[in-house]
Design a protein around this ligand. Structure first.
Ligand code: SAM
Length: 290
């Protein structure tokens, strides 16, 4: 059987053959652990009717596995030096298309139309560059792309923040944004030895399954997120102190009454509020014109 790209000997051979040097600034840590790749592929639930969008294919360790599991694969890589390497190592696979681009500047709706015609469902599967994890996740969520799952390797702490429940220090606006759109599930923790070069942090694979509709009803998602952001502006402050930024100091007493009307004591901190409570607060503040 052919040796996968992630086999560490093969990865080193490819890097040597092409004279490739890692760029830390681009978050280049390549996967060399077959078991981790197995877990990612299993979590992604792909088959020949499905497409996979990979962000940052590197030298193709995951891309190769996606090509074997999915109907179509599109991989967006920012680093021009990797394009000829990818073309070389992925030449056995006819269902892979490599695009040289910064994913944050890419029109993903257009890419979807161009690359995934005929696919019933498409998932995003990636070992993300850690310096841009949050902007990438937020782009995927906010642009309302028809994704089935987002299965991504991220820094362990970021995975914990995305999956966090109210009450702990991990819970914040990222948890709420992710959980508004998706159901999160941590697939596995990954030690730094699974990559070359080894990063300075532990990692985790998280699976986000896109919801058909948000778990709470709000008149405007934009307003909901504005209230969430404002509530967490200073984590140590109470919710009412943070929200006076919206109500104005002169309406502070009225704000406290509105919060109580939502079942939220004004002295609570944002990190204790559930999505449902944030949704009630959004409605109350909007009705009061705050
Ligand atoms: N998928 C490969 C693997 O698992 O071995 C490489 C993962 S590495 C953590 C992240 C990859 O993302 C690198 O190849 C890097 O060049 C690429 N990258 C970084 N910033 C990017 C961006 N804004 N758009 C697209 N790719 C990017």
């Amino acid at each position: 059987e052919a040796v996968g790209i992630a086999a560490s000997g093969r990865t080193r051979d490819i890097i040597r053959k092409h004279g490739f040097t890692f760029k830390k600034s681009l978050g280049q840590n390549f996967l060399i652990d077959q078991n981790v790749l197995d877990r990612i592929i299993e979590a992604a639930g792909l088959d020949e009717t499905r497409g996979a969008l990979e962000i940052g294919p590197g030298i193709g360790a995951l891309t190769e596995r996606l090509a074997q599991a999915a109907g179509k694969v599109a991989a967006v890589e920012i680093d021009r030096r990797l394009i000829p390497i990818l073309q070389d190592v992925l030449s056995p696979y006819e269902n892979v298309s490599v695009v040289q681009a910064d994913v944050l500047k890419t029109d993903l709706h257009e890419l979807w139309e161009q690359k995934f015609a005929g696919c019933e469902k498409v998932s995003v599967v990636a070992n993300l560059p850690y310096y841009v994890t949050t902007p990438i996740i937020m782009k995927l969520l906010e642009e309302n792309l028809p994704v089935e799952h987002i299965v991504v390797m991220v820094q362990k702490e970021v995975a914990e923040r995305m999956a966090a429940s109210p009450g702990g220090k991990e819970y914040g606006s990222l948890s709420i944004a992710v959980q508004y759109y998706c159901e999160p599930q941590i697939v596995c923790k990954v030690p730094s030895g699974a990559f070359i070069p080894a990063p300075n942090v532990d990692s985790a694979v998280i699976k986000l399954t896109r919801r058909d509709k948000p778990p709470v009803e709000v008149r405007s998602a934009e307003l909901f997120f504005k209230i969430v952001q404002t509530s967490f502006a200073q984590r140590r402050k109470t919710i009412s102190n943070n929200l006076t930024a919206l109500s104005g100091k002169e309406r502070k007493a009225e704000l406290a009454d509105l919060l109580r009307g939502c079942g939220v004591e004004p002295e609570r901190r944002a990190e204790t509020l559930s999505l449902t409570e944030f949704a009630s607060v959004t409605e109350a503040l909007a009705n009061a014109g705050m």
